[in-house]
Design a protein around this ligand. Sequence first.
Ligand code: MG
Length: 166
Amino acid sequence: MSQSFPSFRVGLGYDIHAFADDRPLVLGGVTIPHARGLLGHSDADVLSHAIADAILGAAGLPDIGHYFPNDDPSISGIDSQKIIVRAVEAAGAEGYTLGNVDATLIAEAPKVAPHLAAMKERLSQSLGIPTSAIGLKATTNEGLGSLGRAEGIAAHAVCLLARLEY
Ligand code: MG
């Protein structure tokens, strides 16, 4: 099938991780002081996972579980910024450049607003786009359901990929 240029692709990512004791809380590559962290095979950075999946999805590629299986002991505790870098590289190999990312964290606790600027800075480095191309918001779940009971944190992300050349 012929493809017209430039071509644009939108991607959607979602992730959720449960809180656990004796874990650091890493969001957007930033370690945030909190009594509990998120449970996961990697550093459990739920925001970065949602963003990586948005990028991979936009490129029509498999999700991050394909690239980073959660039963692979060699990547136990992996820094999720490496997952983002891999996603950007994989999209790049398909000819796509990242335009922007927009994401929302759903967290009853802790308050993440004071850390959003640092998270944007860190994500900017991993994504290879300016902070002005990264939207980050945080909201609570208004006390509703498991997220409202602060049992974990969820994240939604969208991104735009552009393929500009033949
Ligand atoms: Mg995850």
